[in-house]
Design a protein around this ligand. Structure first.
Ligand SMILES: [Zn+2]
Length: 188
């Protein structure tokens, strides 16, 4: 187990719900348990990804029905509604990446700027109950994408614009952690 000291996990850096760019890349969770949400993504076999996805996605509609769903808990921290919009869009992006990796050899992923998406789509102004349903539907579609992966295809690869390479299996683990970690963020 690698130490977390390289992330600067001192008392000033314990709130990973703060919107900081360097907390946006979860690639390290493929190798170690997340110290915040506790999830050990690195051990999840690919075929378990859709099972967990459906289970965790089912929690989001209730999050979106909270009275204070639009309230940011602190300046610079997304509201539950904004997190829900983010998770919905993550599901859509990762669903597309799975199909891309299945249809092409080692494709490059289109860059997705999640902060730009949050602004462009005005996450904080969306209708919460509708977003809750959309998260569920987007997660279901992503689960179906992972379910369509054959036993010989989990090690197919794809590349992100920053040069990191994923297999469909590690992409699934990364994605699953994102969903679970954001539930932790909103105490869902
Ligand atoms: Zn986590």
């Amino acid at each position: 187990m690698t130490s977390f000291t390289d992330r600067g996990d001192g008392p000033l850096d314990t709130d990973v719900t703060t919107i900081l760019p360097d907390d946006k890349d979860w690639a390290w969770v493929l190798h170690r348990a997340c110290p915040e949400c506790g999830f050990e993504a690195g051990d999840v076999p690919g075929p378990r990804v859709p099972v967990w996805l459906r289970e965790k996605a089912a929690c989001w509609p209730a999050v979106c029905e909270r009275a204070a769903v639009r309230a940011r808990p602190a300046p610079g921290v997304w509201s539950p509604l904004e997190y829900a919009c983010h998770v919905r869009d993550v599901c859509r992006v990762f669903e597309a990446r799975v199909y891309l990796m299945l249809s092409e050899v080692d494709p490059a992923f289109e860059n997705w700027d999640q902060d730009a998406a949050a602004l462009a789509d005005a996450y904080g102004e969306q209708e919460p109950v509708a977003v809750g349903v959309e998260v569920w539907a987007a997660a279901e579609a992503a689960a179906e994408a992972f379910e369509s992966v054959g036993p010989d295809d989990w090690q197919r690869t794809g590349r992100r614009s920053d040069g990191s390479r994923f297999t469909i299996e590690t992409l699934g683990r990364y994605f699953l952690h994102d969903l679970i970690h954001h539930l932790h963020d909103v105490r869902g």
